[in-house]
Design a protein around this ligand. Sequence first.
Ligand code: ASP
Length: 232
Amino acid sequence: MIVSKFGGTSLADARQIKKAAAIVRQSPERSVVVVSAPGKRSAEDEKITDILISCHALASEGRDIVDRFSLVRERYTAIAADLGIATDLAPVLEEVERDIRGGADRNAVVSRGEYLGAHLVASYLGYEFADAAEMIRFADETTIDTGATDELIRKRLSPAQRYVEPGFYGAHADGRVQLFSRGGSDISAALIARALGATVYENWTDVSGMLSADPRIVENPAPISRVSYREV
Ligand code: ASP
């Protein structure tokens, strides 16, 4: 089986999600899909993760989040409508907004970007949503309990099923949500791939291949056909 991870830019809006879903459907082996929260749609746009971080910061200073949070609500509502799926995220969005106002923990708040996005992608693909909090177990703020994580993943994900899992967070044994550092969905997917003994772990992003320079700065940079992890 293949574990496929899609980054935030690849899931930034319904058009991007449709592209990612088409890739997933190309191979029956792609049975576990790990997603980041919706990212930037353009250079000026904001990542959902950054908006949630700022909502939490505003609330902790006692300031109003109504305008900032409406950006979160609008983004998910528009994606669901554009994908034509019936998933009603309104109650979850309301709960998240209430939690932020109520002083919820930053980890819990920020993780909702991936959580909500994974629900949308799962519903569009017709795959089951499998929550990272049930599978990725932290031993402390910065360390994964790898033994428990392997066991929880193998128990939760059956080989015959297809799943969408939110990246970027897990939980402590007492249920408290814990985030990885930024960009951490890559690690979430790697943990799943390892626990399930996947034949391939694919990490999809919005630019094909690896280029010798940033294509936004250098015109037509040459692709690099082979590269080691160390060089990357
Ligand atoms: N959404 C998170 C971030 O912006 C995690 C990730 O994309 O992997 O860092």
